[in-house]
Design a protein around this ligand. Structure first.
Ligand SMILES: NC(=O)C1=CN([C@@H]2O[C@H](COP(=O)(O)OP(=O)(O)OC[C@H]3O[C@@H](n4cnc5c(N)ncnc54)[C@H](O)[C@@H]3O)[C@@H](O)[C@H]2O)C=CC1
Ligand SMILES: O=C(CO)COP(=O)(O)O
Length: 306
């Protein structure tokens, strides 16, 4: 909307959609932000999608499939903003889309982008990656503003791996801090986490340099260095003794790393890639190991060259 487009915003719940249309706020998920008059909120998906040049899918990774199934298919290209891996199928978001809408032009938008800062118009950058050069250009042109700099990318798999893996590594970073293991440990963990992210990217056909870009290193820098990240803050809470159920019950927004941790480990195993840090997070979330024991396990791995 800030870039000068008319936007249809579909919300599932008719009461919430009506409240948002009336108050011009999403009080639950983005309190304190006034919606632009160019955004028309509706609970009718057909109305939201009418004349849309493309569709932004902005629900958590586990809900992409049911949401896509609920939306009428207008033939419009799709830009996915979710960062995760679907449990069960072990698919990345664009793979879920391809299964439901084969051949549809699609892109992924990702980067170090806390929603509340984007909503305030603070400067930020993201990468819009697609195998479809025309979509990359039109969606990049339409979404970019003076303060929101969009880079194009032709490695959508690498971008998706970065977005998904960084959420898991953020939980690990939070756990290390919450357990008082120190900032050296966090830096080591994030760096070796980046190596995991990079290995998986390459094994799935992406490029190692994508891991060093906005969607990989960039997002890791944002979310592993402070409590502003929901995944990192979840890791802190778990390390301080909260159960996963209690930690999830007391928060509003999603922590994508919870569902993605076991899924990304399993997906990596399919292509013969080991993700020790992500696996440690999956075990921590499953309640099978303490933070101290998980760190001990990582430190005890056979020594090798970096
Ligand atoms: N919030 C942020 O700063 C950023 C979030 N993302 C990614 O965007 C995706 C969405 O995240 P958020 O909006 O932050 O999550 P959120 O937890 O704040 O909001 C979730 C949204 O999904 C809807 N939802 C919940 N259950 C649903 C269901 N069963 N079916 C359909 N919709 C459902 C909720 O009504 C809500 O609108 C995630 O993959 C996240 O990693 C990416 C960049 C930044
Ligand atoms: O992906 C994000 C910022 O780029 C949001 O991170 P959290 O979901 O951990 O808050």
């Amino acid at each position: 909307a800030r870039a000068g487009n008319a936007v249809g915003l579909w919300a599932r719940n008719p009461d919430r959609a009506a409240a948002m249309a009336e108050s011009r706020q999403n009080a639950t998920y983005l309190p304190g932000v006034t919606l632009s008059p160019a955004i028309e909120v509706t609970a009718d998906p057909a109305a939201a999608l009418a004349d849309a040049l493309f569709v932004l899918l902005v629900v958590p990774a586990q809900f992409l499939r049911p949401v896509l199934m609920a939306l009428p298919d207008t033939g419009a290209p799709v830009v996915v903003c979710a960062k995760g891996v679907e449990r069960g199928t072990l698919r990345f978001p664009l793979e879920v889309l391809e299964a439901l809408r084969p051949g549809r032009p699609a892109a992924v938008l990702s980067g170090p982008n806390f929603a509340h800062e984007i909503a305030k118009g603070l400067p930020a950058a993201a990468v819009l990656a697609s195998a479809d050069a025309a979509l990359r250009k039109t969606a990049g042109d339409l979404l970019g503003t003076a303060g929101f700099r969009i880079y194009g990318g032709d490695d959508p798999m690498g971008v998706q791996v970065g977005g998904a893996a960084k959420n898991v590594i953020s939980i690990a970073a939070g756990a290390v801090i919450g357990a008082g293991l120190g900032e050296n440990a966090r830096a080591a963990l994030v760096t070796r986490g980046l190596a995991e992210l990079s290995r998986l990217t390459v094994a799935l056909g992406g490029r190692a340099e994508t891991a060093a870009g906005l969607s990989g290193l960039g997002d890791l820098l944002l979310t592993t260095t402070g409590p502003g990240s929901r995944n990192t803050s979840l890791g802190v809470e778990l390390a301080r003794g909260a159960s996963l159920a209690d930690a999830l019950a007391t928060r509003v927004g999603v922590a994508e790393g919870v569902e993605t941790a076991p899924a990304i480990v399993a997906r990596a195993a399919e292509v013969g890639v080991e993700l020790p840090i992500c696996a440690a997070v999956a075990d921590l979330l499953a309640g099978g190991v303490s933070v101290g024991d998980a760190m001990g396990r990582l430190l005890a791995r056979p020594r090798r060259d970096e």
